[in-house]
Write a protein that binds this ligand. Structure first.
Ligand code: ADP
Ligand code: ZN
Ligand code: ZN
Length: 640
């Protein structure tokens, strides 16, 4: 699984990926001959720097084949096709394209704590905008300077182009970016080049934790709390946790960075297994925004929010966060309370407006679980009433409301639907970066580490359901989301010294956890959650594995898990801390016409849990299984 797909197929490996060009050191060609050819000059400078460059790297530097051909003809460079065992890590010119920033005291202290000659995990725990990236950049420089490689994991490259461009701006070295939008061939070709030491720096998403770097000297995991590091299909692995193991095996340092560390990570830092480095203030002397709760029973934007938008929009941008895409979460019959439900799932169908035209055009129902679409019924299927109403709100509905009130400024919607087309996110991004007044409305895609300069106001809607989440991590996720969304606001000066503000619309303004998050900070909040977890014997104090099974009939899935539980009880004797829960139906039992069940196994020792699974899994694999049953093991599950 760690290998690119092409290598897992019985096909001939494409040969062209071994093509590269090298500088002829003894060449008698004079630069006089390319005096009037700036493209050739640029390419030649590149060769002087790296000596030998692969096809992919040349593409990245925008050197075209015509330029290469001329340089070959003039005798500056030559093609080499046989080996790829050269190492451009030994580069001659400066590693830096731009000068590093002068670190502030906190950053400096953090950087100086990092040592490079042995395994150690550092938690770089810095508030939003505290300059964590600058600390990574300088630590990376220290490692590159020793001719070692660095692997940087980021949550989603498509959503965080700014982060990648900051690395590209800083370093004068070839940088590989590995993400899900690559074709199999591209992926293989990059994998090959990495294996041949052609990239001192690799930036990638989850699966790039397996990149074949031979001289790895440091791993950085940015936004380490992000859920996307855990693969939720196929083999359920956590790239962050694999990064820790990889660093340990290679005896190198690892930096986990976040403004809102996962409770697991924070616990490790408090227990001194990780070294805790903290940055408590914003690097560019901007203060964090003031955050206020507005008590409201409405789903949509309230009066106070509207007034705040009116005031801000004159000079600055506004961000409206709502974690629901679509128009409204469900359609309800006002007479009999019938609700639009997906036929294949126990899941309400979301009401969507057609994306091309947001005003009163075609609507449809969409199930976000199984992608099923259905037309809007004219009458209630249950009582034939025509009084059907959209219940609750989503990004499309708020966009429509905003357009009615603030038609004079651009309204930019950022969610899975509005960014589905290639390049549309970039376009929205460019417009935001002009700094011109606009209203940005979107889902958690907006919470991901962006640096927007002119956001003066944030409004957060629809977080109330996370207070009552059936997932024990609900409160943790809410705290992370609120902190990260607020962290996008007021990152640069607005000129008139007024602190930026964030309004949270909620019906539970007095909720103790919310109050603690706002009056104190994420840390105190996280400490409270940690003591709750300890009291209730939940992770990170206990270790969970879940066996999930699904089948066309609920009995089959349930029976299989019952058998799994009996076998587990047989393998490992009852002991304090060992607890089974289930088989239980999953939170959404029916999905895509299949019934989902789970069995929780909770233990107080990680190694005992592993011992149990190592015996249980082979047993389940070899036991006779009913047709159509699917099952899997999820160790340290992140979502229920
Ligand atoms: P984080 O990654 O912690 O959210 P960033 O690294 O994006 O923070 O930094 C926030 C802003 O502060 C950026 O504009 C960055 O250029 C600036 N910054 C970071 N470190 C310094 C420094 N030492 N001096 C001046 N500005 C800095
Ligand atoms: Zn009805
Ligand atoms: Zn469905």
């Amino acid at each position: 699984m760690a290998l690119p797909t092409l290598l897992r197929k019985p096909i001939t490996i494409p040969q062209d990926s071994t093509l590269s060009w090298r500088l002829i050191e003894t060449s008698s060609a004079t630069e006089e001959t390319i005096k009037r050819a700036p493209k050739q000059q640029k390419a030649l400078a590149l060769f002087k720097n790296f000596k030998s460059i692969s096809k992919e790297q040349l593409k990245e530097h925008n050197v075209n084949s015509a330029t290469l051909k001329v340089l070959c003809e003039k005798g500056f460079i030559e093609k080499q096709t046989t080996t790829r065992s050269f190492s451009p890590l030994q580069q001659t010119a400066s590693l830096l394209k731009e000068a590093p920033l002068t670190l502030n005291e906190e950053q400096n202290k953090a950087l100086n704590c990092i040592t490079y000659d042995a395994f150690k995990t550092y938690l770089l725990d810095g508030v939003t905008g505290s300059g964590k990236t600058e600390v990574y950049l300088q630590a990376i420089h220290n490692v590159l300077a020793k001719n070692k490689q660095v692997l940087i994991l980021v949550p989603e490259i498509g959503l965080t182009p700014q982060t990648v461009s900051r690395f590209k701006q800083r370093f004068n070295v070839p940088i590989a970016t590995v993400h899900s939008n690559l074709s199999d061939k591209q992926r293989f070709s990059i994998w090959q080049s990495i294996r041949h030491n052609q990239y001192p720096l690799v930036i990638g998403t989850r699966s790039s934790v397996f990149s074949p770097l031979n001289e790895l000297g440091l791993i950085v995991v940015d936004e380490e709390h992000d859920l996307s590091y855990k693969q939720q299909e196929g083999v359920r692995y956590s790239a962050r946790d694999i990064a820790v193991v990889r660093a340990q095996k290679l005896n190198i340092p690892l930096i986990l960075g976040s403004a809102t560390p996962a409770l697991e990570t924070l616990h490790n830092a408090l227990e001194k297994r990780y070294q805790h480095l903290t940055l408590n203030k914003r690097a560019n002397t901007q203060t964090l925004p003031t955050i206020r709760c507005v008590e409201t029973a409405n789903h949509g934007l309230g009066e106070e929010a509207i007034t705040a938008i009116e005031q801000t929009i004159k000079k600055q941008q506004v961000l409206v966060f709502i974690n629901r895409r679509g128009y409204s979460p469900t359609l309800i019959c006002q007479d009999c309370k019938w609700m639009s439900q997906c036929e294949g799932c126990d899941n309400p169908m979301t009401l969507h407006k057609h994306p091309t035209n947001s005003y009163n055009t075609r609507q449809y129902l969409h199930c976000h679980r199984c992608d099923n679409r259905a037309p809007i019924p004219n009458n209630c299927p249950n009582c034939h009433s025509s009084y059907l109403k959209a219940l609750g709100t989503g990004t499309q509905r708020e966009e429509e409301e905003l357009e009615k009130r603030f038609g004079h400024v651009p309204i930019l919607r950022v969610d899975k639907d509005s960014t589905a087309r290639k390049g549309s996110f970039d376009k929205i991004f460019k417009q935001i970066n002009t700094g011109e007044p606009c209203i940005i409305i979107g889902t958690q895609m907006l919470a991901k580490g962006h640096h927007f300069a002119n956001l003066g106001l944030g409004i957060i809607l629809g977080v109330d359901q996370s207070f009552f989440s059936s997932d024990f991590r609900g409160a943790e996720r809410m705290g992370q989301l609120l902190t990260q969304v607020s962290g996008r606001i007021g990152r640069e000066s607005n000129g008139d010294n007024k602190p930026a503000q964030v309004l949270i619309q909620t019906q539970f303004a007095e909720h103790p956890l919310l109050q603690q998050l706002l009056k104190q900070n994420y840390h105190n909040f996280a400490q409270t959650l940690l003591s709750e977890r300890e009291l209730t014997a939940m992770p990170p104090y206990q270790f969970i594995a879940v066996i999930r099974a699904h089948a066309q009939s609920p009995h089959i899935a349930e029976q299989f898990l019952q058998q799994a539980r009996l076998q587990a009880e047989h393998i490992i004797a009852p002991r304090p801390g060992l607890q089974y829960l289930g088989p239980l139906p999953a939170a959404i039992e029916k999905r895509n016409n299949r019934y989902h069940f789970l069995l929780h196994i909770k233990m107080s020792s990680r190694s005992e849990r592993q011992r149990l699974l190592q015996e249980l899994c082979p047993y389940l694999e070899t036991s006779k299984q009913p047709q159509g049953l699917h099952w899997l093991v999820d160790v340290d599950p992140q979502e229920f």
